[in-house]
Design a protein around this ligand. Structure first.
Ligand code: SF4
Length: 928
């Protein structure tokens, strides 16, 4: 039990009165009230009030009032101060309630004056009678008490309490405060001057009043909006506390006053309940004879909340869903994907925006080819300012989500703001709406999808979801579409989690119009005929087919990039996976390659039960959670992959961070006591599996590792920063720069930090006979180069190659597309789809824009060329490698500088030059 002094100290900030909720059969909805309390506490409110008016005491019998007080106190569980008001009762009944309140753990009692019919009319007798009432009730409890300066004096006359009575009541031993609701500033100031040093005065006259009384010493106010939009109440409070009177006044005048006006006109309690429902919270009917709002009145409330930005929506703070139709010129200039994302981030996100704050935007974008029935076109991208790097962040995934979004009539979704409670976005055939998602919050990703499909009654609905890791703001949380297609990199799941957007569900039935349907069909047929011959291995063993070859040449990242090969790699090869735990293959929209794995095991048979619902590991995952952690146990890796997909964790970042922790452990930098007794040595697959659980739920050492390797190493120190494998804060993918020097340059200059899908893979261009080399000839690269070359010719090859990948990330073509599609073919497909007379030249300019705009975003966010650093380890020899050579520091620096010059970027600041911007038709982004 709090002492009166302790309770008094906690009365600060906005205090919502709690409406009592009812079920349709007129019972009290205690479960709904508990949910409401939980919502308020989760959203930062620290004091809750049960009061005669908002809690509708006049509609409750004494047992119900007590049950409500007990239920709310238990739900708050000490996390918020609970103040319970007596009714306007005779003294004896108020005494009984005060004793009851103390017994059930209420923190303070607010004593309301008795009904005027219990009081004498004569002012002197009246004050004495009131004093005796308060003194008697206060003496009945050890709790702190507050008195309600309620102006029901006697026989219908209204008058303020006399200062003499206020002084006498304030002097009672356990009096800690009063609630004042006159809105009479002079009177409120007089109270504060008279007893403000003894008791706290809670202002119940609205925000415009509190601006003045707070300035004069009142520490708390009753909020009417806080019940359904606590962010507004806290924003107002924070503005006052920080002295930002302009913002406080804006909230008071622009938001609170219209709410107060409509609430009073429609009936305050009914208005609050309707608002709760509109915000996805439990509301429910009024208790008879109270009258719930009519449909048209609810529409009025919805309209107001929408106008004020208080409804959930694509703008999750303001509740607005807006549809924009860009011009054909915009589409042709940017074509989609990365360009759409970075264009809007540059225009709409302040460079200093907190990646996990409301100013950041989360953008899902398709490209002009998404949804055409040709293989490798099922990809789409998500982007935002990254919570790992603070730089431009982007991730791509295949699957069916992008095509379905197009069929639903949308090319992109821009999500801004932050919802007050979990929501999901439901997009269907040109419509978009926000729905409550409390039932999804905390669920694993496959369960979330099943719930959404059941709720929306269509098993073909496509989803993009975060899991518990995104909800817990793990900095490398992912977004999954249809469970197994993962937007993995840059921590975009944490951005979605910070917005409390659990999922986007999409369904559309519109056929995608194309300019030349017969030509597009012919491309589809051609793709289907040729992929087996060009990409058959991808079907057979998936991307994991490259693991054995990399191990053979000493280029398989092993034990945190200390070595280039691992013993017993045949146990984790693509062939071994195919022959043991593979149960199916999955693909993406219109693509028969089906390069994705589906694996399953049962306990006892293999040590872990691996759920096939979460797909199976690909190369990056097997190398990240396997070889780079020294693990050659395929089932442990499959289990680790399942957990990452189940909770929504990037397998690359998770593996690279765990590998760093293992090296810390082996070097004695992390002790067993730091890691809850785990034997965190390389090769311990069980420890990898256990760490993933801890990271996703931020438990123990998992809380540190959830911050990503860069932040974890900064916190642990002791030289561990030297082997934290990241660029700009993004953990390294599983490709070794010491066997591919151009790739190392690419890691360093990548706007998103270390990335392997918009980067060169030097080994593809070492032979003139290579099919990949044949395809880049279309860009004018005519001579193959060694993989460890970093000469100016390699920088040129890299600069051209980046354009290839960047174009794919704008058109949203799969990264495996180059196995089947060359650039001239891509241009033909764009022409057939759009009807534009594009050329390879024009598409190359599109790609150049997508390289320059992220650079511009990063420069504005404070990045300079000095941030284009490689981990120190890559300048050292690579163990167990026949082909690996350290990157030469001087050669690397010269290459990095030359690359900037080739791009037309200032080598000192990194900023794209004016000439570069004008040449790329990016004039609108030039400084004024
Ligand atoms: S190659 Fe694989 S990832 Fe790419 S579209 Fe086809 S199935 Fe999807």
């Amino acid at each position: 039990m709090l002492t009166p002094i302790e309770a008094k100290a906690r009365i600060r900030g906005p205090i919502p009165g709690l409406p009592v909720l009812f079920t349709p059969d007129d019972k009290i909805n205690h479960a709904g009230m508990r949910d409401h309390v939980q919502f308020l506490i989760e959203n930062g409110l620290t004091v809750l009030l049960l009061s005669v008016g908002i809690s509708e005491y006049l509609h409750l019998n004494p047992e119900e009032i007590r049950a409500v007080a007990q239920n709310v106190t238990r739900a708050a569980d000490g996390r918020a101060l609970v103040i319970a008001e007596t009714g306007p009762w005779p003294t004896g009944k108020a005494v009984e309630f005060a004793r009851f309140a103390e017994d059930v753990g209420v923190d303070a009692v607010l004593i309301v004056p008795p009904d005027p019919y219990y009081l004498p009319y004569d002012p002197a007798l009246h004050d004495d009678a009131l004093y005796v009432h308060f003194e008697t009730v206060a003496a009945a409890t050890r709790l702190g008490v507050l008195f309600h300066e309620r102006r029901l004096a006697a026989r219908g006359t209204f008058r303020p309490w006399s200062m003499d009575l206020i002084k006498r009541v304030a002097a009672i031993d356990n009096t800690i405060g009063l609630k004042e609701e006159s809105g009479d500033f002079a009177y409120s100031m007089e109270i504060l001057d008279t007893v403000g040093d003894q008791v706290v005065m809670i202002d119940d006259a609205g925000k415009t009043s509190f601006i003045f009384t707070h300035f004069h010493g009142s520490p708390a106010y009753i909020t009417g909006i806080g019940q359904f939009a606590p962010q507004v109440s806290l924003g107002f409070w924070n503005a006052l506390e920080s002295g930002n009177l302009v913002e406080a006044r804006r909230i008071a005048i622009d938001i609170a006053l219209p709410i107060d006006y409509l609430g009073l006109r429609l009936g305050w309690v009914a208005f609050i309940k309707a608002s709760l429902e509109l915000c996805g919270l439990p509301g429910g009917p009024m208790r008879r004879p109270g009258i719930s709002l009519t449909a048209s009145q609810k529409a009025e409330v919805r309209h107001l909340l929408d106008r004020l930005g208080l409804l959930p929506g694509v703008d999750l703070s303001t509740g607005r869903i807006e549809v924009e139709e860009p011009s054909d010129l915009f589409y042709r200039t940017y074509v989609g994907g990365r360009n759409f994302i970075v264009y809007h981030l540059l225009r709409q996100v302040p460079p200093t925006a907190d990646p996990l704050g409301p100013e950041n935007k989360l953008i899902f974008a398709t490209g002009v080819l998404t949804g055409v029935p040709v293989g490798c076109t099922g990809r789409n991208s998500v982007g935002a300012k990254s919570p790992l790097t603070g730089a431009y962040g982007e991730a791509e995934a295949g699957g069916f989500f992008g095509a379905e979004l197009k069929f639903a009539g949308f090319d992109a979704i821009i999500v801004q703001g932050q919802a007050a409670q979990p929501v999901y976005l439901w997009i269907h055939d040109g419509e978009a709406e926000i729905r409550a998602a409390r039932h999804l919050w905390g669920q694993d990703i496959a369960i979330g999808q099943a719930l959404l499909r059941a709720e929306l009654g269509d098993r073909l609905i496509r989803t993009a979801q975060i899991g518990p890791a995104g909800e817990n703001l793990v900095r490398y949380a992912t977004i999954a579409n249809d469970v197994i297609h993962i937007y993995g990199r840059c921590g975009l799941g944490a951005v979605m989690g910070a917005k409390k957007l659990r999922a986007i569900a999409v369904r559309g039935h519109t056929k995608l119009p194309v300019a030349d349907p017969e030509a597009v069909r012919s491309f589809g047929r051609r793709f289907a005929e040729t992929w087996r011959q060009r990409a058959g291995e991808l079907y057979d063993v998936g991307t994991l087919g490259s693991l054995s070859a990399l191990n053979a040449v000493g280029g398989l990242p092993t034990c945190n990039f200390q070595a280039g090969s691992l013993a017993n790699t045949e146990r984790i090869s693509g062939e071994r996976l195919r022959d043991t735990i593979l149960v199916d293959r999955e693909g993406c929209f219109a693509c028969g390659i089906k390069c994705k794995r589906v694996v399953e095991t049962r306990v006892g048979e293999h040590g872990y039960a691996v759920d096939r619902a979460y797909g199976g590991p690909e190369y990056e995952t097997v190398a990240a959670l396997g070889s780079n952690c020294g693990v050659a146990d395929l089932v442990a890796i499959a289990k680790a992959n399942e957990l990452c997909n189940r909770y929504g964790l990037d397998t690359i970042s998770a593996g690279t961070t765990i590998a760093w922790a293992m090296e810390c452990f082996e070097r004695g930098i992390l002790e067993p006591t730091d890691v809850e007794g785990l034997e965190l040595r390389f090769g311990n697959g069980a420890a990898v599996v256990e760490l993933i659980e801890k990271i996703a739920h931020r438990q123990g050492i998992g809380d540190l590792l959830a911050e990503g390797v860069w932040r974890a190493a900064r916190q642990v120190g002791q030289g561990s920063e030297q082997f934290a494998m990241h660029v700009k804060g993004l953990e390294l993918p599983l490709h070794e720069p010491r066997i591919k020097h151009g790739l190392g340059l690419g890691y360093a200059v990548s706007p998103t930090g270390a990335d392997h899908v918009h980067n060169i893979h030097d080994d593809l261009y070492t032979s003139a006979e290579s099919p990949f080399f044949d395809r880049i000839r279309a860009l004018g690269i005519l001579e193959p180069l060694p993989a460890t070359d970093l000469s100016p010719a390699k920088v040129r090859l890299f600069a051209y190659d980046v354009l290839w990948w960047s174009l794919f990330n704008c058109l949203e073509l799969c990264a495996n597309g180059p196995y089947v599609l060359d650039l001239n073919l891509v241009n033909d497909l764009v022409r057939a789809t759009t009807g534009w007379n594009t050329s390879l030249w024009e598409l190359t300019k599109v790609a150049e824009r997508s390289v320059t705009l992220p650079q511009l975003f990063n420069v504005r966010a404070g990045f300079t060329p000095a941030d284009d650093r490689l981990p120190e380890r890559f300048f050292q020899p690579l163990r167990s490698s026949s082909t690996g050579r350290p990157v030469d520091r001087d050669q690397f620096e010269a290459a990095r500088r030359l690359y900037y010059e080739m791009r037309g970027w200032d080598t000192r600041t990194g900023a794209p030059t004016r000439a570069n911007m004008v040449e790329l038709a990016l004039d609108e982004f030039l400084p004024e």
